[in-house]
Design a protein around this ligand. Sequence first.
Ligand code: ZN
Length: 510
Amino acid sequence: MHWADVVASRVGDDQVISTAISPSGEIHVGNMREVLTGEMVFRAVRRAGKNARFYYEADDMDPLRKVPAGIDPSFSKYIGVPLYKTPSPDGKHTSWSNQFIDPFVETLDLVGAKPEFLYTHELYEKGLFNDLIRVALEKRKLIGEILKEVSGKEIQGDYFPLNVICEKCGRIDKTMVESYEWPDVSYRCNACSYEGNRDARNGASKLPWRVEWPAKWVILGVTIEPFGKDHAAAGGSYDTGKRIAKEVFGVEPPFPVVYEWIHLKGMGAMHSSKGILIRAIDMVKMVPPEVLRFFIAKNNPERHLEIDTGRGLISLVNEYDQYERIYFGKEDASDREKKEDFRRMYELSQREGIPSSMPVQVPYNHIINLVQIKKNKDEIVQALKWSGYDLSGDHSSLDGRIRAARFWLENFAPPEFITKIADTPPKIDVDEIQKSFLTQLLDRFTENMTPDDVNRLIHDACADTLKDHKKCFTLLYNIFLGQDTGPRVGFLLTSLDRDFVRNRLSNYTK
Ligand SMILES: [Zn+2]
């Protein structure tokens, strides 16, 4: 059974799935795993005939802890201020948190995830946390004991689990509550030494993370939550959250779906603060959306993943295409018992509904070459027809792939994938044998040849003349691209205008 269906089979009839992020820096593709894991569970629960809601919360009441690499260090003056109250570093968004959340909302749309979006500071401002803050203050001894027992955290003196926003300096991370008479709390700010008394309700204060998380479970009625392995560690925030949920707030904790990190090939785990990351929005632009979903759907959340933005990306698209053929019965699954899982992985990879018939497939590396030698989609479609592709079926996925290939080539592709036709015939001294190879090619190159026909022709002409395939291909790459290597020659030559190919070859046969 697929992992999302396993979760769906283990829960009751009414489910609330919650995912969240502290939007302190670039939202990377590792964060994408959380929201897609939640979204797939959401779909699986609904498919099982149960009710489900799906939330995404921007935890923008969190303080700014560190100015990430790449952002003006002068922003360090805002450290400790809630993210939604901190200005956006690029000046184009309403707050620090929104600078990172806004493109992520676009990303979610591109991958077909439609959670109900919530801003945690608004939940505070609307007063939804008020009662829970009061309970947390009343039961502060119990909370202190739980934190100490479970996490080993030493609690000093009379512990008040509440962070007030300092009315003088605006920081939330350095204030200590000293006493309270609900709803007023007396606090001292260790950043600016201010001492004050304020109404803690409606956004003036925030629960610390280990108490806030279970409080959100209460407010939203969360029953399933995917979270990273850091929270799942022994003594971590899920362990303390479970007990605080039951013993302090009197609710059951959600069903946990723990996921592993996504590493960037050759660079380790992604970290916003260190600048080691692929932004989620870039990932979703460089990979066709269904393929990015496939990457998450096909791997159990507990499996560590590695993103390769080079050659590996093409392999991933090819693998997706293979699953598509298996789904539509055009290819056998190597492991028949897993066939149902493969089908589910394909279904969960779709942004919207499932195609009614097998979409037209074009090898992705061929698309990558075509977008570089053709100006627009019409020309690409024409070249595909020349190469013998039947485009009479559903080829709607072609648009997404053309877009993704272009973005990848412009931003992430390794140099060996760049194909540029030399504008003028490169200067090459050809000897008599090379000339006769090219003459044979020119004489026999016809209008209706497929890539395979062209390959055969090259092999035959080569066998009669140069007798060394590598030398033959290198010569052709030099003539057309002005370099020693390139994409498969059959595809390359059939993608080009036939008269252009003949003209170019004829420069070297006289
Ligand atoms: Zn202060």
